[in-house]
Write a protein that binds this ligand. Sequence first.
Ligand code: UDP
Length: 316
Amino acid sequence: MPKSINQNLVTGGAGFIGSNLINVLMNKGEKVICIDNFFSGRELNISKWLNHPRFKIINHDLTIPFEIKAEKIWHLACPASPFLFHKNPIETSKTNFLGTLNMLELARKNNSRILLASSSAVYGEAKVHPQIESYKGLVNSFGHRSCYEEGKRIAESLCFDYQKVHNCDVRIARIFNTYGPNMNPKDGRIVSNFIVQAIKNDPITVYGNGEQTRSFCFVDDLVKGLISLMNSNYKKPLNLGNENELKVIELAKKIVLKVGSKSKIINLNLPADDPLKRRPSIALAKKKLNWQPNTDLDAGLTKTIYYFKKELKIQK
Ligand code: UDP
């Protein structure tokens, strides 16, 4: 008898992380149904699979229930860039609450394993550094980031209760800043903004004085972590990210140098509730999954710059 092939459902599969995950699942010979409403996802991210017999794409908004059977549900759908969720806060909250509720219902009915893409955003303006999973966070419930930060918190809370009440098979990844190919050049996040600005020799827009920090994980490393978590028995929230922390201003200078750009760095207002420091503790991921990122920032940026140069040519 031929070995049965896993059926995966990837919500937000046309987005940045979703499409990178799909590439790996498809290359492993698995079956993939990609659901996306193309709010922030782009068809070109998954276009190479469109006619593949193991691949199916469904254009659907997750806030409306639907029926599909899959052994594994990768629930990634949600605008993740502050620029996008500031512009569409109510859709962002709805996707986090209704979308997650609908996916958990699907998992309950079909006995599927479900992985939620949660976020470092649950820690908000963290007072514990680096952020460990047991830290409960400091989040503003009434501000520009609330739709995403509180959205991810209610999504985790739903996962907890579906586990408790229905014994659902849940995995929760708290994803920290991630970058790499398939990012949307217009999504407004730091890595995409700085690289696109540097390539075009436009001013590099550092918000505030640039002293705030982030830790950047290359998407290939992140996808390995997601797969490893999905295949593990660990059912509580787990940080996935890179521990290498740097200041926004340092990233700006590094990108200008790497691109060989003539761009000047300018300072714009720091958005409200922008966390000042962010770095994951990945001790738990190392222990439970034997996982850690192995792409250094220079190597990851080189690949990402190459991707954006190609992308900008296509868009011309
Ligand atoms: N940022 C910046 N210039 C930009 C975009 C972002 O200085 O053009 C800063 C932003 O203020 C934040 C950090 O970069 O401190 C990361 O922002 P991003 O939007 O990528 O995601 P966040 O980590 O805030 O969710």
